[in-house]
Design a protein around this ligand. Structure first.
Ligand code: SF4
Length: 276
């Protein structure tokens, strides 16, 4: 289900994780995300970022586009901004294929580019807009790859593209001259060394990522949804929600990345590579 409404503004000053990473603003083209990932942190933030109770109660079941996003952006863009799109929705969510919102937003960025614009996505649909992306100076794409194991992807994010299709999108972006990073976030059950090698080879860059947020490590704020906890218990993956186990996985990914001449960093420090 796809809705629309007019927003009062489109760029929000950043706080928390994204601000710490060095971004000045975030851009969220829609409320609620039709990828509906089982672990998604966004609905656990409750009303943060303009979400409404119906969004976090029915996460992933509908989305509401900000119909005037491109017009607002033309007014709000400034040359020094570092913009992250988006901490609250995937700009290339399934509903974007029908609504076609992003090309007009990218046109506004081509006309008046900010210092940095980062698209955070897991949607191969981004390739539809390749020609526009190439015209935006300061553009980076952070492409989410959460595991190298297709059966794991199906458990936790059944509405997202298969892993192989995502690698192909990363390669296509790189071949088109786009600065593309692999965001190993959140880290789902995977083969850490294999995932690190594939990400380093596909991007030729340093890797960024984060384990699944859990209260043992992150006592406050956004956290992993109940649905992902249930899947983890059912499939025998509960250790992936344990802080000590997560730290060991991060160390293994870092070591494997370094063997490939890359590196791996988590948290705001990792994501600051996108904003720099
Ligand atoms: S793509 Fe991102 S914002 Fe959308 S449901 Fe998945 S984790 Fe949440």
């Amino acid at each position: 289900m796809i809705g629309e409404e007019k927003a009062g503004r489109i760029l929000s000053p950043t706080t928390g994780f994204i601000a710490e990473a060095g971004f000045t603003h975030s851009l969220t083209p829609a409320r609620n995300c039709t990828f509906g990932c089982t672990y998604c942190y966004v609905p656990t933030m409750r009303v943060f970022g303009g979400l409404k109770p119906e969004d976090w109660r029915r996460w992933g079941q509908f989305t509401t586009f900000k119909a005037n996003a491109a017009d607002l952006l033309r007014r709000e863009l400034r040359p020094g901004q570092r913009i992250y799109c988006s901490p609250l929705v995937d700009p290339y969510q399934p509903a974007e294929e029908k609504r076609v919102m992003m090309p007009a937003i990218l046109d506004a960025l081509i006309e008046n580019p900010p210092r940095r614009f980062v698209l955070q996505t897991r949607g191969p649909l981004i390739l539809r807009d390749l020609e526009r992306l190439r015209k935006i100076p300061g553009l980076r794409v952070s492409f989410s790859i959460t595991t190298n194991r297709e059966e794991v992807r199906r458990f936790y994010e059944p509405l997202c593209a298969p892993v192989e299709e995502r690698w192909n999108a990363v390669r296509a972006l790189r071949e088109a001259g786009i600065e593309v990073y692999a965001a190993l976030a959140p880290l789902l059950p995977c083969d850490p060394e294999e995932l690190a090698r594939m990400a380093a080879e596909a991007t030729g860059r340093e890797l960024i990522g984060d384990p699944l947020h859990v209260r043992g490590v992150k006592p406050r704020g956004a956290t992993t949804r109940e649905a992902a906890w249930r899947i983890s218990a059912r499939q025998g993956f509960t250790e992936w929600l344990d802080g000590d186990f997560q730290r060991r996985v991060v160390d293994r990914i870092r070591a494997a990345a370094r063997e490939c001449g890359s590196d791996f960093e988590t948290g705001p420090g990792g994501f600051s590579r996108l904003a720099a």
